[in-house]
Design a protein around this ligand. Structure first.
Ligand code: SF4
Length: 405
């Protein structure tokens, strides 16, 4: 039975499909840097995921992977606090993906919004692969292999975490059954003591009768804080809260990070390597200035004296991220009154991006010339990730009667 406190564990990955850019920094990496001090974190290079759409062109995966790890470290991700690894170096994740594929109905995967969108935009059936259909399941295996309770994602990925929850529930229901489970769980509840046992049952009732999530979380915390209880009894009580079986794979929760989807690209669309509208995380200052200078603005500002409307201007979206409230109010006023030119307005954005990137560029330089350090950081992180995934797979094989002892 699991000794993992899944509510303290976070897992998150990033595809090595191109340069890490400031959209990744604001949407993902800043969050990772914060989480690494509060949780046990597993951050991985999602190289298998890169193959779901880029299986024909793999020549850059190697370079993108190492560059990406340098970007993470430059951004402040600390290998002393978080485990950094490469997905394909943990074969247990692939094994779990395969085992879960046996119990996952195809209809669950076909209803994924990402798959629907992909098939709508790709009429070529040769490109609609088995890997593409199964990528949300691989994502589930990424999370469940580490029994992580928390997964930071953008809103577009939230349905995939819901899928991971459904799969975990199905798995626990199928393979987590135990002879006399209810009697054993009730016996475990009595070990909480009279008062705590009463509270446990009240909270369990509140969750099961009207879906009170606060009650569920309070009850889970109550069980986890029992220092003298056996792990088996704890797992029984956690499983009993939500159903009639032991929890082998805990259901993860999505932690939504809203900013990623709001970071504009240089052309006003979402910043993305696909659109080639990015500012790389460790870009040279001259490059940043040049790119911002040529950004489109409100088309009604043709001459200096033409008033503009910030809401129609992609540069304004950068101000919303990089400028404080007072500066934003000045920008909006100066734009609407035509009291400054767009170049001056853009210069403020360039200066803010360059200032933010200065320490990141500096840290990145320390690693660029020393790939040995990067390799050893990944080797250490992979070892820890494999230990965690191995422990899960042992329980999974046991539960599925595939242990062959
Ligand atoms: S002044 Fe600034 S916000 Fe207004 S149109 Fe020009 S660049 Fe955009």
């Amino acid at each position: 039975m699991s000794s993992v406190d899944s509510q303290r564990r976070v897992v998150s990955g990033m595809r090595p499909t191109g340069s890490v850019h400031i959209g990744h920094y604001h949407g993902v990496l800043k969050n990772w840097v914060k989480l690494q001090h509060e949780y046990e974190c597993f951050f991985f290079v999602a190289d298998w995921h890169a193959l779901t759409t880029g299986f024909e062109n793999t020549e850059n995966i190697n370079n993108h992977t190492w560059d990406m790890v340098i970007d993470w470290l430059a951004a402040g991700v600390n290998p002393g606090s978080a485990n950094l690894f490469i997905q394909s170096r943990v074969p247990e994740q692939a094994e779990l993906h395969l085992l879960l594929s046996m119990i996952t109905p195809i209809s669950w995967l076909e209803r994924s919004p990402a798959f629907k969108e992909f098939t709508e935009h790709n009429s070529d059936r040769e490109r609609t692969t088995y890997g593409m259909l199964g990528y949300p399941l691989l994502q589930s295996a990424d999370v469940l292999a580490y029994r992580a309770g928390l997964v930071p994602v953008g809103a577009d990925q939230a349905p995939h975490i819901e899928l991971a929850r459904e799969i975990a529930r199905r798995f626990n229901h199928m393979y987590g059954s135990e002879l006399d489970f209810e009697a054993n769980a009730e016996a475990a509840a009595r070990k909480l003591g009279k008062k705590a046992s009463k509270l446990y049952h009240q909270l369990r009732f509140a969750y099961n009768s009207h879906g009170d999530l606060d009650a569920l979380q309070t009850a889970q915390a109550l069980v986890r804080e029992q220092s003298k209880m056996t792990l088996g009894d704890k797992e029984r009580l956690l499983g009993y809260l939500e159903g009639d079986s032991v929890t082998i794979l805990p259901e993860p929760q999505a932690v939504l990070s809203g900013l990623a989807s709001r970071m504009p690209g240089l052309d006003g669309r979402k910043m993305s390597n696909t659109y080639q509208n990015i500012i790389p995380l460790r870009a040279e200052p001259g490059y940043v200035e040049k790119q911002i200078r040529v950004m489109p603005t409100d088309p009604s500002r043709i001459r200096l004296q033409d008033p503009g409307e910030p809401e129609r201007c992609p540069v304004w979206q950068f101000h919303q991220i990089y400028s404080n409230a007072e500066e934003q109010s000045n920008v909006a006023q100066n734009c609407r009154n035509a009291s400054w030119g767009c170049l001056e307005c853009k210069q403020r954005v360039s200066d803010a991006i360059i200032a933010e990137q200065a320490p990141i560029r500096e840290r990145g330089k320390q690693y660029e010339d020393d790939l040995d350090i990067i390799h050893s950081i990944i080797a250490d992180g992979t070892e820890k990730a494999r230990d965690a995934a191995r422990a899960t797979l042992e329980e999974v094989r046991d539960a599925m009667r595939l242990a062959y002892r």
